[in-house]
Design a protein around this ligand. Sequence first.
Ligand SMILES: C[S@@+](CC[C@H](N)C(=O)[O-])C[C@H]1O[C@@H](n2cnc3c(N)ncnc32)[C@H](O)[C@@H]1O
Length: 213
Amino acid sequence: MSGMIGYDIMSEVPDFELTVTTRKGFELQEINYAMNVLDVLVAQQPAQILSHIDIINRYKVKLFVELGTYMGGGLTYVIPNLVLDQDFRYMGYEILPDTVNNKIFAFASEHPRCEIMLQDMFIPHNLSVVSAAIASTQGCVYVFCDGGDKPKELETFSKFLRIGDIISVHDYVEDQTGETTDIDLEKLGDDFAPLDEELRKNLLWMPTFIKVK
Ligand SMILES: C[S@@+](CC[C@H](N)C(=O)[O-])C[C@H]1O[C@@H](n2cnc3c(N)ncnc32)[C@H](O)[C@@H]1O
């Protein structure tokens, strides 16, 4: 049958640790941060990463803006889009210059549609850059608020979005102890509708909205 008999996959995985979180009767199984593309760490749970991939591919996103790139672990999951879709663009902001992994810089240096800005996302120039990039995108834009002030990012960058564009925010916890709370979400007003609320907000704790008017 298989030539893999005797192959011990666990011996390939250093520091393997499985944790199980139960939410709403679902078990979310999480593996520690050692499990990443090229060992570039990502500061999100696996189910949240899958949510980004799902949004990007289901809504045919052409511009993904990651506010807070950190090491670039989130970016690694959109490398297929950057390589295969000539209209797909990634823009990431990271304020700490030594944080982004060198492998990510090497990739970006060869892919002009992968832009990592080592700058404060909130300086007026960058707000203009992002706003202009969104306005000129042919197709859906997806903004992920994951920097140092997520409620402010949600409020600021949501204003640049067009009908059909999508925005998610991280560090939301159902009991309102996270950085992002329901009060922050309500500020979006009725120009935005929750996207898959039961899944993305209530289960993944990553509230997501689509601009509807
Ligand atoms: C939670 S981490 C991002 C995690 C990343 N999205 C991931 O999935 O791995 C937040 C990052 O935002 C960066 N950051 C905080 N404030 C910022 C700002 N004003 N402009 C750009 N980056 C910022 C921090 O240095 C930090 O690396």
